[in-house]
Design a protein around this ligand. Structure first.
Ligand code: NAD
Length: 323
């Protein structure tokens, strides 16, 4: 497939593995890039900017194909030296950066001066328009189905994506709820130039996480996610486990603070789920697309299947419907 996105990024298939906290490491990202998609390292998964340097170099030893680095700008329990992570991206000559969470405006002059293509992941048309205005090369538009932070508007992709395509002149990447060839074909029909996936890439052989998490996604249905932190206007969609239910019970009592919730929502605690495989040990991100995940293929098999199935739908089913 050739789309504005494959042209912009110099990739073979219009499939991106977006930033995934604790998971977006070189093992997964290099497998995606090697399979012809765009793999993305997640900067904040590295404990310090110095560790990000090492991870970028590890990545370069594993692939020579294009890849990106994600920088998520959201409230955190501990302060994050975002500027220092940006310094690393520039000094390591990264070519593609995915930002998310809030506007990357303060970092744009330096990123653009370094010739970096910025993809901003956002959850509304107004935020995508702002991204275009400040010089982003593409907008990854995240529908309400997505894992992680879907924003507060609750507009699913079927409405949000065509609205974004109508409003923007830069390429739109469809994100949230994508996991198979039908999704890719649908995204292209809606006017997007490719898809971004997170949850679907969790259930792959190369994802550097415990097998229990992958199996939990295969077992999950589409109702197995929960929206936490809504009362703090920082909504996050996560796998619905006992910790998620405890958080929701606390939030339903009203007037809850992040300090009271932090022992439960802490990302450091959630990280142990991926390491030890106890899916009840903390919070971990998963989207509604879990309902569509039925196997744990290699990244290459997954991407090949998605592209082939989308091509079959476009050339076959859609084409033959025209009388
Ligand atoms: P963390 O442990 O610092 O925080 C845990 C959760 O609490 C996060 O969702 C965070 O946004 C939220 N939070 C922290 N302080 C808050 C406050 N003052 N008000 C409201 N909410 C608050 O985060 P982490 O797990 O170490 O993750 C680091 C960063 O990556 C965070 O910005 C997090 O939101 C982000 N993240 C993104 C995704 C994604 O899918 N894009 C997934 C997981 C985490």
């Amino acid at each position: 497939m050739k789309t504005k996105l494959t042209e912009l990024l110099g990739i073979e298939h219009p499939v991106i593995q977006g930033g995934m906290q604790w998971v977006g490491k070189a093992e997964l990202a290099s497998a995606v890039s090697e399979a012809g998609g765009l793999g993305i390292l997640t900067a904040l998964t590295q404990p310090s900017p110095g560790d990000l340097v090492k991870e970028i170099r590890r990545m370069r030893a594993m692939t020579r194909k294009p890849f990106g680095v994600n920088l998520t700008l959201l409230p955190t329990l501990k302060p994050v030296p975002y500027g220092d992570y940006v310094d690393v991206m520039i000094s390591e000559k990264i070519k593609i950066v995915e930002t998310a969470g809030r506007s990357p405006e303060e970092f744009m002059p330096r990123l653009l001066e370094a010739g970096i293509k910025v993809i901003h992941k956002c959850t509304s048309v107004r935020h995508a328009l702002k991204a275009q205005k400040i010089g982003c090369a593409a907008a990854s538009v995240d529908g309400f189905e997505c894992a992680g932070h879907p924003g507060e508007d609750d507009i699913p992709g079927l409405v949000l994506l065509p609205l974004a395509v109508d409003a923007l002149s830069i390429p739109v990447i469809a994100s949230g709820g994508f996991g198979d060839g039908r999704g890719l074909a649908a995204a292209l029909c809606l006017g997007a130039e490719g898809i971004n996936m997170g949850t679907r890439f969790l259930a792959t052989r190369e994802a550097p996480i415990h097998e229990n998490v992958k199996k939990a996604l295969v077992d999950a249905d589409e109702r197995q996610s929960a929206l936490i932190l809504r009362t703090l206007k920082n909504t996050a969609r996560i796998y619905k486990n006992s910790v998620a239910k405890d958080i929701l019970a606390m939030e339903s009592r009203g007037n809850i603070t992040i300090e009271e919730l932090s022992p439960l929502v802490s990302g450091a605690r959630g990280r142990t789920v991926y390491e030890n495989g106890d899916i009840e040990a903390g919070v971990w991100s998963a989207g509604m697309v879990a309902g569509l995940i039925r196997d744990i293929p290699s990244v290459r098999d997954l991407i090949t299947r998605i592209v082939k199935d989308a091509e079959t739908i476009i050339k076959g089913r859609l084409h033959t419907m025209i009388s």
